[in-house]
Design a protein around this ligand. Structure first.
Ligand code: G3P
Length: 218
């Protein structure tokens, strides 16, 4: 399973890239705002900065919500760098925009997916990725992981080429479940990824190795 880092923070992206554990980055307008990136020129430059740090796909989201606006923005974003994937919301004009962009060879990530039906429509339109939001479903007492399983099964059953990009992933258990269910990608901040390293037997085992070494070697 691939890991994308869900952040617009360049330091965090550099740290994860240096660790060798990420395969791409996802951003959204909220994450860009969190980093204080404003104004179109700065926003576009920031996407290029991210592409220059990380090796894989970098999702950049359109702001327009109408078809013409989305395809115009999508073409501008895609022209920035070969690693850019245009992120489009799963609304009617968004589906049409995905169809257009995919026909032009522009890769897309259909976002804000909360049902298997939304994922089907995005995939039929040619989305490269669909992004179901796990944590936000959990927040309203629905099982976000169940949705990941449904979408993975549906896309496999009908042999559709779209990849499942599990988003709104917030814990190491979410990540483990994504692996079990066969998600193609999980996107999340660095913290839950690093939490996968934690195990008390690793800590106690390492301590014993070092204690035994130092008993003889000082
Ligand atoms: O990729 C979508 C993600 O940024 C949403 O995460 O934690 O805001 O629900 P969250």
């Amino acid at each position: 399973m691939k890991f994308f880092l869900d952040t617009a923070n360049l330091d965090q992206i550099r740290e994860a890239q240096d660790l060798g554990i990420i395969d791409g980055v996802t951003t959204n307008p909220s994450l860009m705002a969190k980093e204080g990136i404003k104004g179109q020129a700065n926003i576009l430059k920031h996407y290029v900065d991210i592409c220059n740090i990380v090796d894989g796909d970098v999702s950049a989201e359109v702001i327009a919500t109408d078809y013409e606006g989305m395809i115009k923005e999508g073409e501008i974003l895609a022209a920035l760098h070969p690693q850019i994937v245009v992120k489009v919301p799963v609304i009617k004009d968004g589906i049409k925009a995905i169809k257009y962009l995919s026909s032009k060879g522009i890769r897309t990530n259909c976002t804000l997916i909360f049902t298997v039906g939304q994922a089907l429509l995005a995939s039929k339109a040619g989305a490269t990725y669909v992004s179901p939001f796990v944590g936000r479903l959990d927040d309203i007492s629905q099982d976000g992981m169940e949705l990941i399983g449904q979408i993975v099964d549906m896309l496999n059953y009908y042999e559709m080429g779209t990849q499942v990009l599990a988003a709104s992933i917030r814990s190491p258990l979410h990540i483990i479940k994504c692996i079990e269910l066969g998600a193609d990608v999980a996107t999340c901040p660095l913290e839950p990824i690093l939490a996968l390293l934690k195990h008390p037997l690793t800590d106690s085992g390492l301590k014993k190795f070092l204690d035994d070494y130092h008993k003889l070697n000082g």
